[in-house]
Design a protein around this ligand. Structure first.
Ligand code: ATP
Length: 447
């Protein structure tokens, strides 16, 4: 059931160095025009410009990527300004770094001069100094992210591969560029696992050892909670977070954060189900929005004792809303599931009343926790159908019937909705008749 390794080796020979044709084929016209322009201007000013990193990696893997990085062995900001002016493209300057971001919707193009990092201390953010392209590539996390494609017209599409990344990419291998990579920046532990799950790749053997050693030496302790949380959040936005989370458990990454955090068969089921339910939810295009961070964090931390959850949330400096909502989401989901199981609603209107007003994340989390399929179905039915059922008539119609506005209004409208959900009535005429007959009914006891 694991995803197949991408058929890269069918597409490219290992010694391929000319990607001009593929680049031409894969760049949409407005982007192609811009890249050409940057290349021409670079040539005119005597510098070299390259596409680099994730975009090149994904182009070779035939995957879409709207984030482009261009690296220049010269003044990137001047080049960006000139290209933006020539093509009337929106530009945001980051003057202090002499970099710029350009927008050609939906593409984001970051342009930077070649850099080299110095780490003041492990786990801190790097300091930057101008450097050559090869050194620039050395700053990167894995060889598959170091590929450069020239865009100057005299060498358009030529691959520059100073760290033999193409070979790794074709073999489906994630490899760090030097032995201290994970120590220098432990977020790469998460990045390696995220790429591994996303592409179905393997960690190269030495890289695997380095990763485990970095963890054993308590590498994560150097990282701020905010930086760790960001890595979780990136994993939760992936298509297959469950697989990445499994890798995090297998490597002991999560145990390094909280000793009691283990992958039980129950949690493994929940992770699988969460992935399916999120995919299902996105296919439905409902009006509701889900907060994937909240959903995944609730699912992932629910098995921990409340006290350990709190401790972990503090360690990760969770954003206030996630820290506040996670315990409530877990609680509500557990409570709803108990209700669904112990007092299964006999009417659809009862089900709707039980679930109405719950947040999307609570409902999806309840579905994740639900072992019995009928409980999951009930939630899906509510989200896709029951919740959408509303009376045709509203307060104005009730006024026209001579009913005085007040608590009786909502009682009548809710009763009509319930009857509609249960299929007892369906037309506007029937709604009006029901409203009329309900005007005599005593006010509900508690409103
Ligand atoms: P994604 O596809 O998830 O956006 P990406 O690799 O395409 O991943 P970013 O995470 O934005 O994009 O990173 C852009 C480039 O910067 C990467 O290709 C990588 O080479 C480099 N990079 C990012 N984070 C690190 C890091 N922690 N250490 C070294 N290099 C990094």
């Amino acid at each position: 059931e694991r995803r197949a390794h991408p058929p890269v080796n069918k597409i490219h020979r290992q010694d391929q160095t000319d990607f001009a044709e593929q680049l031409r084929r894969q760049l949409p016209p407005p982007l192609a025009a811009f890249i050409d322009q940057v290349g021409r201007l670079a040539q005119e000013t005597g510098v070299r410009a390259y596409l680099v990193g994730g975009f090149v990696r994904d182009m070779i893997l035939l995957r879409e990527n709207v984030d482009l990085d261009i690296v220049v062995d010269g003044d990137a900001l001047a080049l960006a300004r000139a290209a933006a002016r020539a093509l009337d493209v929106k530009l945001v300057e980051h003057a202090e770094f002499r970099t710029a971001t350009l927008m050609i919707d939906p593409y984001h193009i970051d342009m930077a001069g070649a850099r080299r990092d110095y780490y003041a201390a492990p786990g801190t953010l790097p300091q930057v100094e101008t450097a050559t392209l090869e050194q620039d590539a050395l700053r990167r996390d894995f060889s598959l992210n170091t590929l450069l494609l020239a865009i100057n017209p005299d060498r358009f599409g030529q691959l520059l591969d100073p760290h033999h990344g193409l070979e790794d990419l074709i073999a489906g291998r994630i490899r760090v560029l030097h032995s201290l990579s994970f120590v220098e920046d432990p977020t790469r532990i998460f990045r390696a696992i995220r790429f591994q799950a996303r592409f179905g790749f393997k960690l190269e053997a030495h890289t695997e050892r380095l990763l485990r050693t970095a963890l054993e030496r308590n590498g994560l302790s150097e990282l701020s909670g905010t930086r760790i949380w960001k890595e979780f959040s990136l994993i939760f936005q992936e298509k297959h977070p469950a697989e990445a989370v499994r890798h995090l458990f297998e490597r002991g990454v999560l145990a390094a954060l909280e000793r009691q955090w283990v992958l039980t068969p129950g949690l493994e089921d929940h992770l699988e189900r969460a992935e399916q339910i999120v995919a299902w939810f996105h296919q439905q295009h409902l009006e509701r929005a889900a907060d994937l961070n909240l959903l995944w964090w609730s699912v992932l931390t629910a098995p921990l004792p409340v006290e350990r959850q709190r401790h972990l949330n503090e360690r990760l400096e969770l954003p206030e809303n996630i820290a506040r909502k996670t315990p409530a989401t877990i609680n509500h989901a557990q409570k709803l599931l108990r209700q669904l199981t112990e007092q299964p609603p006999s009417l659809l209107s009862h089900l709707a009343r039980m679930l109405l007003g719950e947040s999307t994340d609570t409902l999806l989390t309840t579905a994740v926790f639900a072992v019995q399929e009928e409980n999951r179905r009930a939630i899906f039915l509510f989200l896709t159908e029951l919740e959408q059922i509303k009376p045709y008539i509203d307060g104005n119609d009730l006024k026209k019937l001579g009913i005085a506005p007040g608590p009786l209004f909502s009682h009548i409208l809710e009763t009509i909705r319930d009857e509609k959900i249960d299929g007892a009535i369906s037309s506007k005429v029937e709604e009006l008749e029901l409203a009329d007959s309900l005007r005599q009914v005593k006010k509900p006891e508690s409103v």
